[in-house]
Write a protein that binds this ligand. Structure first.
Ligand code: AMO
Length: 428
């Protein structure tokens, strides 16, 4: 079952050499005494020339069956392939059972739901595969960037005993005769951890009982969360810029092939690698001028964000939101307590990141909980850490699925998630 080379490695330097290639059958052209078989593997396609006793096996092999071939590399006359493999051994390892639910070559377009139903097979489509190669590459850049800034990667529980974001949208379930919940974010843990680890980040799945049918909401999504002691909110905005900028640079410089397969030539990211920082009030003014009926304190509706997204193409921050629109843990702005030290990173209408400076004073945190109608007693486990010398801290949560959606030019978050979960979808 072992191979010596991947399809992409076959070049003129190998002419005359013996190779074994493992992959799947994409196409077979039967010309009587011989057959041309296109074999694809994760790196690309190659051509195999099958002769003699192997012709019948090749011609009868169902497309997409797993095969291994062995033979000699020779120059090819085919326009798509500089070299080909003259096959001595042709072994079908597992037959694909037809009809297949989708055509992974992409020649016949399949409905999105059908593709998701057959996701593993869909990954044989180079465009789909490219998206998930990019997704993996991006995570490496994020990890490298954050580690380079002194962040420690942590893993906090996903089964929790009380809400972390205030209570809405929680999935609850029975936990050995007690009530437990799926984590909506690592918010409380990551804040506590700045006490001892100073700078932490976590990449993990979070869960929200979000009853919305949109192209950007899932019930399970991947978040990149950071939290850092002794940094203010503008410092962690710089960090967002660095993380997102590094991912974009890596994709543009090192992953052109995958980007092109996904249908993207180059990801634009401003000339000076800086992202515009608009305040909430600036946005409000711009929107009011455009005829939106909004006044201070109103949240920005989907329609308003779409309008704003047309005025500010690409990435931009909205900062200094009204305090009352933000969760209990967000710090007010000194000198104007109606405002908060908070921000969102937007791409057009789409929110990618939320973050801010947090309250570190336990008394103020307690009174904020009460102001927001929450019971401090339910947060006692969290609050006790604030009595152990909590440093001032700031952080953010970045929806990685949404970032990948933007960077791969996908219109639906489901395109960049292997096995998406939403109100309708629980399988595969
Ligand atoms: P927030 O609730 O804004 O903030 O979430 C942070 C980011 O996570 C992504 N996201 C989602 N993506 C897909 N489907 C969903 N249902 C979904 N919900 C959220 C978005 C969003 O911007 N604790 C704070 C972050 C912080 O302050 O550190 C939080 O969870 O991209």
């Amino acid at each position: 079952i072992h191979r010596t080379h991947y399809a992409r490695q076959l070049g003129e330097d190998l002419v005359g050499k013996q190779v074994r290639i493992g992959g799947w059958i994409e196409d077979v052209r039967d010309i009587g005494k011989l057959a041309f078989v296109t074999i694809r593997d994760v790196t690309g396609a190659c051509q195999a020339i099958v002769t003699g006793d192997n012709v019948q096996a090749a011609v009868q092999a169902p497309r997409q069956s797993a095969v291994i071939i062995a033979g000699t590399v020779q120059k090819s006359k085919a326009k798509d392939f500089p070299v080909e493999v003259k096959v001595a051994e042709f072994a079908i390892l597992t037959k694909a059972v037809h009809p297949l639910p989708i055509d992974p070559t992409g020649r016949v377009e399949s409905a999105p739901d059908k593709r998701l139903d057959a996701r593993a097979l869909d990954l044989r489509n180079p465009k789909t595969a490219a998206i998930f190669h990019l997704r993996s590459a991006g995570l490496k850049v994020v990890r490298d960037t954050l580690r380079g800034e002194g962040f420690v990667e942590v893993n906090t529980p996903k089964i929790i005993g009380s809400a972390s974001e205030g209570g809405a949208n929680l999935f609850g379930f029975d936990y050995f005769k007690r009530k437990a919940y799926l984590a909506q974010s690592p918010q409380l843990y990551k804040e506590q951890l700045t006490l001892g680890l100073d700078r932490v980040f976590e990449i993990g799945p979070y869960f929200r009982a979000e009853n919305s049918h949109t192209v950007r909401h899932l019930t399970e999504f991947t978040s990149i969360d950071v939290e850092a002691a002794f940094l203010d909110y503008e410092d962690v905005m710089d960090l967002v810029e660095k993380v997102v900028g590094n991912v974009i640079r890596d994709f543009n410089e090192n992953h052109r092939v995958e980007l092109a397969a996904a249908g993207v030539q180059e990801i634009p990211f401003g000339s000076n690698k800086k992202i515009d920082r608009l305040t909430y009030e600036q946005c409000l003014d711009e929107l009011v001028k455009e005829g939106e009926k909004l006044s201070f304190g109103d949240d920005l509706s989907d329609a308003a964000l779409r309008k704003l997204g047309e005025m500010h193409r690409g990435f931009y921050f909205i900062m200094d939101w009204p305090l009352k629109l933000k969760p209990f843990y967000i710090h007010e702005k000194e000198g104007n307590e109606k405002l908060s030290k908070s921000f969102d990173l937007q791409h057009g209408y789409l929110e990618l990141v939320s973050g801010g400076r947090r309250l570190h004073d336990p008394e103020r945190l307690r009174s904020r909980l009460v102001e927001q109608g929450l019971n401090p007693a339910s947060f006692s486990e969290h609050l006790k850490a604030f009595d152990w010398g909590m440093p001032p801290h700031s952080g953010w949560g970045l929806g990685y699925d949404r970032l990948m959606m933007v960077l791969t030019g996908s219109q639906n978050v489901r395109d960049v998630v292997l096995y998406p979960r939403d109100t309708d979808r629980l399988t595969p």
